[in-house]
Design a protein around this ligand. Structure first.
Ligand code: TYD
Length: 203
């Protein structure tokens, strides 16, 4: 049995990562791989309850509390869904993970990046994804794609999303082996081909 893989999809809201994740899942399944599609926040069970608070709660939420909610969801998700699947040799494709907290709560909201890194490794037991795709896009285009119907996170404004974008690029600079940046303004098919090539380099 080939070893399992844990691959994460990252980028600002509206970058197209979910479309790419679904397409990749289809291609890998067609090749006979056992694929698990999942997401943070809110894969299933407890995570869905946490997601509901994070995206729809309309009262005040402190940046710290927000970070801990994402981290609680992550701890549950890694233990209950991701690790067991990877141990069984499956390919886990996950829509957002630790880098979202660094980019959004760290670079975006301004929480201390070192502290977030420490909390992230507490939540994951120190295990990092085998590969991470960052879908890079200018903020104007991504906000146009999101449209008028924004959730609590998406309503944070242009400056916030510029910081998030720069945060992702900084993460990629620091971990070039794990984190691959893709130009998200390319066609769906062109991006898909690049993802397949990057995965093939892993195996
Ligand atoms: P979601 O609807 O899943 O957005 P998307 O389709 O863009 O992934 O909402 C998740 C939101 O939560 C998104 O705005 C990013 C944000 N987020 C954080 O701020 N920190 C985190 O650690 C995670 C996982 C997500």
């Amino acid at each position: 049995m080939e070893r399992g893989l844990f691959i994460t999809f990252e980028g600002a809201d509206g970058c197209g990562k979910t479309t790419q994740l679904m397409l990749l899942a289809k291609t890998l399944k067609a090749k006979g791989y056992d694929v698990v599609v999942t997401r943070e926040p809110g894969a299933k069970g407890l995570g869905e309850k946490i997601r509901e608070i994070l995206l729809n709660y309309d009262g005040e939420v402190s940046s710290q509390a927000e970070a801990f909610l994402f981290l609680a969801d992550r701890a549950q998700h890694i233990d209950i869904i991701v690790n067991p699947a990877v141990e069984k040799g499956k390919i886990v494709l996950c829509d957002r993970h630790t880098d979202s907290t660094v980019a959004y709560q760290g670079y975006g909201r301004g929480l201390d990046i070192n502290q977030i890194n420490t909390l992230n490794s507490l939540a994951t037991g120190g295990k990092k994804p085998d590969l991470t795709f960052v879908f890079d896009i200018d903020v104007e285009t991504s906000m146009k794609r999101v449209g008028a119907n924004k959730d609590r996170m998406e309503s944070a404004g242009m400056e916030f999303f510029n910081r998030v974008r720069n945060g992702y690029l900084e993460i990629a600079k620091q971990e070039p082996n794990r984190v691959k940046v893709l130009d998200a303004t390319q066609s769906i098919e062109d991006i898909h081909i690049q993802l397949i090539k990057l995965i093939n380099q892993l195996r």
